[in-house]
Design a protein around this ligand. Structure first.
Ligand SMILES: *Cc1c(COP(=O)(O)O)cnc(C)c1O
Length: 372
């Protein structure tokens, strides 16, 4: 395992000190008592288990994942704090959800009845969060159905209803009308007498919600992108102090001088404008570095930016370094800082026509994660 870690020419570096700084900053500025860190999709590419462990040691109250399988991995690795499985559950997962002491979302009477049956069989209580859809049209019961479903959950005796939550579809600014409407709708629901005096964890805010709607942090925020250090552009203080803890690196694997007028890589999409130096970087779309970035992204070598030229291949791509000097074995930064230069994640996301989340999630397990 370790040999693999250090023999692969491309890798992700995660700075856990910076990650902990980000957690502190969010925690200090949340208006809720509890902090949930969603770490689905390999903790946004940062590495599921090491991030969970760091968060647990830091004192994070809750982790959230999308699927049962992610929760099972965490429990098998000894993560003991509450874990909420956010995605809709499937009938064949219920026994494991109970066995692995995972909290999960209830968003229909149909599933709730299946869970109740399984609980009766296993002699266990399910710890659940009632998921309400206030405007995403994804999973979750409508506010009108939430009260009768809650009544059912209380009445069967098979459930410990730990929380009630909803999720924002928008939230780009503090006066976002759609988000405000969702918040108001959640608040109206919670004012129903049935919820009065119940020890429920009420939660709504993701990163944008945390940033823009402090009045809607309720009992817990569910904040990942901020925790990983990616506040949106123009974020107000103190959130503008958050910094990424993620760097994508590689190593120059080849160097050649190419004459003027030669085509580079598959399809010869790039023709050298003059005799120039071309270096090869051993990472490609097989690692999750999007082919859509061909001819659009840059890398840093020796603190200087160089353009990716020609099409990105499955395992490597080429850069034109002009007349500069670069050696085989030099470190390459594809996301992050080197010297005084930086390639921010947002730059790649824009170049690929996508959002930062997707760039991070796509970087797969062929890339070892190193923690500093
Ligand atoms: C992923 C997720 C979050 C975290 O979103 P960020 O924007 O990264 O903070 C919060 N809530 C739910 C339901 C999620 O799926």
């Amino acid at each position: 395992m370790n040999a693999h870690l250090f023999s692969h020419p491309s890798w992700v570096e995660v700075n856990l000190d910076q990650f902990r700084k980000n957690l502190s900053l969010v925690k200090k500025n949340q208006a809720s008592p509890l902090f949930c860190l969603p770490i689905k999709a390999n903790a946004y590419g940062h590495g599921l288990v090491p991030i969970a462990r760091t968060a647990q040691d830091f004192g994070i109250d809750y982790l959230a994942v999308a699927h049962l399988q992610e929760g099972m991995v965490l429990r098998n690795e000894g993560i003991a704090i509450p874990i909420l499985v956010l995605g809709a559950i499937h009938e064949n997962q219920i026994a494991d959800l109970l066995e692995y002491d995972l909290e999960f979302s209830i968003s229909s009477l149909f599933k709730a009845e299946l869970v109740a049956k399984q609980c009766a069989q296993m002699g266990k209580q399910a710890k659940v969060h009632l998921e309400v859809d206030t405007g995403m049209q994804r999973t979750g019961v409508r506010p009108l159905t939430a009260v009768p479903l809650y009544e059912y959950l209380l009445q069967t005796g098979h459930f410990s209803v730990v929380g009630i939550y909803t999720h924002l579809a928008t939230g780009d600014s503090p006066d976002d009308p759609i988000a405000k409407e969702q918040i108001a709708s959640f608040r109206t629901l919670l004012s129903d007498p049935i919820f009065e005096g119940r020890p429920l964890i009420r939660h709504l805010a993701n990163s944008l919600g945390t940033l823009h709607f402090p009045e809607a942090h309720f009992d817990m925020v569910r904040c990942s992108l901020l925790a990983f250090g990616y506040p949106p552009k123009g974020a107000p203080p103190p959130f503008n102090e958050l910094a990424p803890c993620f760097t994508l690196k590689s190593t120059v694997s080849y160097f050649k001088v190419v004459e003027k007028g030669k085509g580079v890589s598959y399809g010869h999409a790039y023709i050298t404008p003059k005799t120039t130096r071309i270096v090869t970087i051993p990472i490609g779309y097989g690692d999750g570095y999007l082919r859509a970035l061909s001819g659009k992204a840059s890398v840093l070598i020796r603190g200087k930016r160089y353009p990716i030229v020609g099409n990105i291949c499955m395992d490597q791509f080429m850069c034109d370094i002009g007349d500069d000097e670069v050696h085989v074995g030099d470190e390459v930064v594809l996301i992050g800082k080197q010297g005084g230069e930086e390639i921010p994640l947002s730059e790649l996301a824009e170049a690929a026509g996508t959002i930062p989340y997707e760039i991070l999630c796509l970087l797969n397990n062929r890339l070892p994660r190193r923690y500093t």
